[in-house]
Ligand binder design. Structure first.
Ligand code: AMP
Ligand code: ZN
Length: 432
């Protein structure tokens, strides 16, 4: 197996010994911020409290609200002159969360990202096109620097402007791209509209992440472009992309445990759940100097996959993100995640590139409407066949979520696109 970094081959023992050493120094570093000093003192955590990795549970969680309260630089633990870059997390509500990096932090991050890309077969002679937004969003510069570190010809195309994306990819013969899932299908559809066959597009690999998507979605994308799709997970609070990444096996995402300490906890109790059980991912940075973060509640729901990966890397794997704890909505008393809907609708060939879940209250109770874009070639069919498609989808959804939704078939391009990350649910119910 070709590797980018020898840490990929570390044994469990070696990983865990390193984690403990790095955890201790991270705590020491974190204490340099008044926030963590007070938090740790309050919890009675001194320099000698942590003697094993399990002791991490003695440390209180850090929440998004904590990070907001410390905006802009309350958690920085080095002199301001040592900070060379800041990014923000992409929340659309509330005040922002800023993460500050030293030059060394950026160096680590670029290496982790390069490691991810190398793992799935990206090499120096690839042409890499980054189709994600730049600016404060970490999917821009974060991935960009990883690609440059590998020596790829790196095209900072940015988000949107599909015509230009297609021109760049064709002219420079782009072999690898980073794409948000919600944008990838749009790109495919535009190609078709412009008379190209997406299968003949030069892409051989796509790194797809930043938003949840299902296995069914991946399969569709791989087929559409005749390329391999690898899931890329990260969050600004832990730098950004480069935290977890699928290997060639496509069987869960390896979390780079030399740089992060992951836990999965019961979202209600905060207690760890056994491997294989779904819970909330909690992350601790182990290598960041400028702004270490301890036990961050990501709100992302996943599970550790039991057993070893056949690629032989010992870094633990997590399942693809199943949703966010705050994505769940309740209709007629049933808890539903948007990904359950996607999983069903993406199996239908007739379904196009976009969908939207709308929740309303009709005076008698909750109404859940699933608007589904139908591919051009199916939309011209007669009413009867459209009605059949609609019923098929509604039945399949009922089987999955136990609630019968109103399925509305809509024309291609009629669901407005959101800027940045896709918004899958609109809750229009009047709050009592
Ligand atoms: P940001 O605030 O821009 O750093 O976004 C981080 C969030 O994006 C994570 O906490 C996840 O909710 C989501 N995310 C990132 N990568 C993935 C992925 N591969 N699958 C699902 N969700 C993801
Ligand atoms: Zn693997």
């Amino acid at each position: 197996m070709e590797i980018y970094d020898e840490a990929e081959l570390w044994s469990r023992d070696h990983i865990e010994q390193t984690q403990l050493i790095r955890l201790k120094s991270t705590i020491k570093q974190a204490r340099k911020s008044p926030f963590y000093r007070a938090r740790l003192d309050e919890a009675g955590i001194g320099p000698d409290t942590i003697t094993s990795l399990d002791d991490i549970r003695k440390i209180p969680f850090t929440t998004k609200q904590d990070l907001r309260d410390q905006y802009p630089m309350g958690l920085v633990t080095v002199p301001k002159s040592e900070i060379v870059r800041m990014h923000c997390s992409s929340g659309t509500t509330g005040s922002p969360v800023a993460i500050c990096h030293t030059a060394n932090d950026l160096n680590w991050w670029s290496d982790l990202m390069a490691r991810c890309m190398y793992m799935v077969g990206v090499r120096k002679d690839d042409v890499f096109q980054n189709m994600s937004g730049y600016g404060l969003f970490t999917g821009g510069l974060g991935i960009h620097y990883g690609a440059e570190r590998l020596g790829c010809l790196t095209i900072p195309a940015g988000a949107g402007n599909t015509k230009r994306q297609i021109k760049l990819a064709t002219d420079f013969h782009t072999t690898v791209a980073h794409i948000l899932p919600s944008y990838a299908l749009i790109l495919g559809e535009r190609l078709r509209e412009m008379g190209f066959n997406p299968e003949e597009f030069p892409l051989r690999i796509a790194l797809v992440g930043a938003e949840p998507y299902t296995e069914e979605f991946r399969k569709r994308l791989e087929k559409l472009f005749n390329m391999k799709v690898y899931n890329s997970y990260g969050l600004s609070e832990m730098n950004g992309p480069g935290v977890g990444f699928e290997c060639l096996e496509q069987a869960g995402l390896h979390i780079w445990e030399d740089a992060y300490y992951p836990e999965i906890v019961d979202p209600e109790t905060g207690e760890p759940v056994p491997d294989g059980v779904i819970g909330e991912l909690v992350m601790t940075s182990l290598c960041r100097q400028g702004m270490p973060i301890l036990r961050y509640r990501t709100k992302d729901l996943t599970r550790f996959l039991p057993g070893e990966c056949s690629c032989t890397r010992k870094h633990r794997r997590m399942d693809r993100i199943l949703g966010r704890a705050d994505d769940m909505f309740i209709v007629k008393g049933v808890n539903i995640y948007p990904m359950q809907i996607e999983q069903v609708i993406m199996t239908f060939d007739e379904v196009g590139k976009n969908y939207l879940i709308q929740l309303e209250n009709d005076g008698f109770g909750d109404v859940m409407r699933v608007k589904v874009e139908i591919r051009e070639e199916y939309f011209v069919e007669d009413m009867r066949s459209l009605h059949k498609i609609q019923q098929k989808i509604a039945r399949a959804l009922k089987d999955e979520i136990l609630v019968t939704p109103q399925v509305e078939l809509v024309e291609s391009n009629s669901i407005p696109l959101s800027e940045g990350k896709a918004v899958r649910v609109q809750d229009l119910r009047i709050k009592k």
